[in-house]
Design a protein around this ligand. Structure first.
Ligand code: TYM
Length: 378
């Protein structure tokens, strides 16, 4: 998609714009000059229950690493969650649980911004503008909508369909440049880049008038790296580990205790052969590949290193070491999550403080976007 012209995307061809009264550049920038965009990380997790090892290794663990080098904004995306039915009490509890997971995993809410999406109205406002920028054809290609809506598309909420526009708004409201996510979010990130690009092109002149030569939005980079960008089900190595898998044995929950973790890994499906000594030998062995990837991610190494050490081992021995690693990393996080969850008022205070800080970035950006679009602003 990226790189096609606006007409190919189905956008209205641009007519020569009638000259508008020059507006004062906002944000202190001089009109006509490209301004450098500072690096900023944004990512989100849905509060839909059963946070699992895939969420941790594919996303949250990376969030923690990035806070050492970047300004980070981490969001509990409650507005995304309601694209499918959520029981209100469970939604509140799950919002607090994701917040607790962020903090228990090591995100510092005093240094970084941690908040829930619905407390910052700019997400919804920008999502609407993006719904008018994105093309139906783009959304029609989204595989996650097809998977989630299944056969009963007519019954899916409009929000589920428009979800990627809201996701683009989440990121771009903060003009974020880097987005750590698991592999399953790659297509949504590509769409966010397309939306940013189309907005910058459609509104090129008024962006420049507002002091943003070259466009207002950065094209956000997905950060999808490491050995666990797609953690698979422990019961079926061809299926993604997911919050909604009916079998609890398919995933390790971030709140599982040591016994549950040990039991699930012991029962994890494998094949009868010993481990190969090189990654090429994992071809056609999805369960083995998955356990090796998890091992590598938990030990901070690579599948090559894991197989160099464990090549030739039986799964029974390999699993013993994997259990020890998983308990050492997930066990304390789960225990800390439980402790934090026992004081919901404190979690709510953290979210409120985070939302106030998020608004300090979002509000001026939203004002500039409105100005660029041509809305009359105060
Ligand atoms: P969500 O809530 O489904 O998942 C949160 C994060 O966990 C990653 N993930 C996985 N990684 C590896 N293996 C798995 N099996 C696995 N399952 C989930 C996801 O890729 C994600 O990074 N649309 C997003 C939430 C979102 C968002 C955003 C993300 C909303 N707005 C803006 C980034 C930026 C979602 O549904 O994630």
């Amino acid at each position: 998609m990226t790189g096609k012209s606006k007409q190919e995307h189905g956008g209205k061809p641009r007519k020569a714009a009638a000259p508008r009264k020059a507006r004062k550049p906002r944000g202190g920038g001089a009109a006509g000059k490209a301004r450098p965009i500072r690096e900023r990380v944004f990512s989100g997790v849905q509060p839909t229950g059963n946070l699992h090892l895939g969420n941790y290794l594919g996303a949250i663990k990376r969030f923690v690493e990035l806070q050492e080098s970047h300004e980070c904004i981490y969001c509990v995306v409650d507005m995304h969650a309601i694209t499918v039915w959520q029981d209100p009490e469970a939604l509140t509890r799950n919002t607090r649980e994701v917040t607790a997971a962020f903090i228990a995993a090591g995100i510092d809410p005093d240094k970084q911004i941690v908040f829930n999406q619905s407390q910052v109205s700019g997400h919804a406002e920008l999502a609407w503008i993006f719904s008018c920028v994105a093309r139906l054809g783009w959304l029609n290609r989204m595989t996650q909508f097809k998977e989630k809506a299944g056969k009963s598309r007519e019954n899916a909420s409009v929000g589920l369909y428009a979800y990627p526009n809201l996701m683009a708004a989440d990121i771009l409201l903060y003009r974020a440049t880097h987005v750590p996510v698991g592999e399953d979010q790659k297509q949504h990130l590509e769409l966010a880049r397309d939306i940013a690009q189309k907005f910058n092109t459609d509104f090129a002149e008024s962006c420049a008038r507002a002091g943003f030569e070259g466009g207002f939005f950065p094209l956000p980079e997905p950060l999808i790296a490491g050995p666990a960008t797609r953690v698979m089900s422990l019961r079926d190595g061809t299926k993604k580990m997911s919050k909604s898998d009916p079998s609890d044995l398919a995933r390790i929950n971030m709140t599982d205790d040591a016994d549950a973790i040990a039991k699930k890994i012991r029962k994890a499906r494998t094949d009868p052969d010993p481990l190969p000594s090189e990654p090429a030998g994992l071809e056609g062995r999805p369960e083995a590949e998955n356990l090796v990837g998890i091992f590598a991610a938990l030990s901070g190494t690579s599948p090559e290193d894991v197989l160099a050490t464990h090549g030739g081992s039986q799964f029974s021995d390999f699993k013993k070491e994997l259990i020890a690693l998983a308990i050492a990393e997930i066990g304390p996080i789960g225990a800390e999550m439980q402790r934090l969850m026992s004081d919901p008022a404190e979690i709510d205070r953290i979210l409120c403080r985070g939302a106030a800080r998020a608004r300090q970035i979002a509000d001026p950006n939203m004002r500039t976007v409105k100005d660029i679009v041509g809305f009359v602003v105060e």
